[in-house]
Write a protein that binds this ligand. Structure first.
Ligand code: SAM
Length: 278
């Protein structure tokens, strides 16, 4: 066990069998465990037979708790950061602590494991070579639609977290802003009621609107089609350039060759032909 080290430890997102051996070992060895909710994490540690000194580290006490944790690290102690479920810092507190530790040259070591976004993506059947994880979309409709418009410009699969009571409205906005695409709603992963609802946005919306969808949710939506700029043929380009004698035949041929990539002589012959046919 290295002293003065901050360990970022992933914990299960439901199924306790997803706890890693390494996570159990390191949690048992560190001097302090910083947890999002100490009562919640106490159950996890107890399940694995770990009894450890704990402190809370959550959204609203990050600043002052962060300083206390950094002090421990400065004194050469080792600290493990865990969140309620999954990987700390992924839509969970931790980033500021990591940033500050890195700035002070304190080693920060990840102990990987469950992460809902990655678990959902891996079973989605959607392209995974390029994806954007964008956390929770804004809860207000106007902001959510603007957010989705920005997301529409990005290539790759879009992965979002969403609260169950907002699922339907978010899917409706997706249909409106991103159009009809393949979508996967991954619910309660690794738990008893695990479910992956797949289909077009309208199909999934129909399923979702039939009953109350409960539990924890990841929404994944396939990438939009790449829209290639429409390219004009050589003849169409020449016609546009020669319309109303805006350019001389020679200049129009030169420009058309540049635009379409054909040789100047080919463009010139085509321009002559067009003039003769006119
Ligand atoms: N840090 C966590 C991770 O690595 O996945 C995410 C924390 S974020 C506060 C909680 C959100 O993650 C939930 O609202 C839900 O969108 C998603 N999530 C967490 N566990 C899940 C599960 N078992 N199935 C589906 N989504 C889950």
């Amino acid at each position: 066990m290295s002293a003065a080290t901050l360990y970022i430890i992933a914990t299960p997102i439901g199924n306790l069998e997803d706890m890693t051996y390494r996570a159990v070992r390191i949690l048992g060895e560190v001097d302090l465990v910083a947890a999002e909710d100490t009562r919640h994490s106490l159950k996890l540690l107890t399940h694995f037979g770990i009894s450890k000194s704990m402190t809370s580290y959550f959204d609203h006490n990050q600043q002052f708790k962060g300083e206390r944790i950094l002090n421990m690290l400065r004194q050469g102690k080792s600290v493990a950061l865990i969140s309620d479920a999954g990987t700390p810092c992924i839509s969970d507190p931790g980033y500021q602590l990591v940033r500050d530790a890195v700035a002070e040259g304190i080693p920060v070591i990840p102990v990987p494991g469950a992460c809902a976004a990655v678990a959902a993506l891996s079973a989605s059947g959607l392209p995974s070579d390029n994806f954007t994880f964008a956390g929770f979309p804004p809860s207000r409709q106007g902001k959510r639609r603007s957010f989705l418009k920005e997301m529409a410009k990005l290539p790759g699969t879009l992965v979002l977290y969403e609260a169950p009571h907002r699922l339907e409205e978010t899917l409706r906005d997706m249909l409106e802003v991103l159009g009809e695409r393949h979508v996967v709603v991954a619910r309660e992963l690794t738990k008893i009621y695990e479910e992956l609802i797949r289909g077009s946005v309208s199909q999934v919306l129909e399923t979702v609107s039939q009953g109350k969808v409960r539990g924890e949710i990841v929404i994944l939506i396939e990438p939009g089609e790449k829209i290639e700029p429409e390219s004009l043929s050589l003849e169409e380009t020449l016609q546009t350039l020669m319309r109303d004698d805006a350019l001389s035949l020679k200049d129009a041929a030169k420009k058309a060759a540049e635009i379409t990539g054909v040789s100047r002589s080919e463009a010139y012959s085509a321009a002559l032909k067009l003039r003769d046919e006119a």
